[in-house]
Design a protein around this ligand. Structure first.
Ligand code: CO
Length: 189
């Protein structure tokens, strides 16, 4: 089991367009990939930073785990993602060591990544995402962007907009989830 690098650090934000503008203007990071994950109730955007990426996550479903997380803790770091050479081997080793896992089996996450989450109760409070790259990944990212572009074009929402305009169309008329602290329950992702 080898941890190769930090693949990304994810930050939960109440307004992904505003957050992207900040990272672009203040730090010069350009968003490269975005996806709306309805099953998770989020929109994500990835901004490459050298060998790693910043992932911005905006919850769009009031009842989703990420929305509850933001209500409880406010905006901030949501998880860190480590690239490993063999995700299955890593998961079985962690399981054998009694580490609490959110996903016992790898699943396909944003952009076709093979991922699994480790529970923050076992990692000193940090949600850890494990990730193993697959050869299909760059093609999957392009495919996702392409599919969404076509879908949005059909809906007449997108012309020749940049990434931020694209994300705006992805969000649609969603009510923003407010980041006020509340008594939301603990949840991984
Ligand atoms: Co992530």
């Amino acid at each position: 089991m080898v941890v190769k690098r930090v693949d990304h650090i994810a930050i939960v934000v109440p307004d992904i367009e505003a957050a992207i503008t900040f990272w672009q203007d203040a730090l010069g990071l350009e968003p490269e990939f975005t996806e709306r994950l309805d099953a998770e109730g989020v929109i994500v955007a990835f901004l490459p930073a050298g060998d790693s990426e910043i992932e911005l996550v905006e919850p769009i479903d009031e009842d989703g785990g990420v929305a509850r997380y933001m209500r409880k803790r406010g905006p901030g770091i949501h998880h860190i993602c480590l690239e490993v050479d063999d995700i299955r081997a890593t998961l079985s080793r962690l399981k054998a060591a009694g580490v609490r896992l959110i996903d016992e089996e790898p699943r396909i996450g944003s952009g076709g990544k093979k991922i699994a989450f480790v529970h923050p109760k076992s990692t000193y409070g940090v949600l850890v995402e494990l990730y193993e790259t697959t050869p299909e990944e760059p093609a999957r990212r392009l495919e996702v962007l392409d599919r969404m572009r076509r879908q949005l074009a059909i809906q007449g929402q997108v012309a020749a907009m940049g990434m931020v305009g694209f994300i705006r169309a992805l969000r649609g008329r969603q009510h923003p989830v407010t980041p006020y602290p509340g008594d939301g329950e603990e949840n991984g992702c």
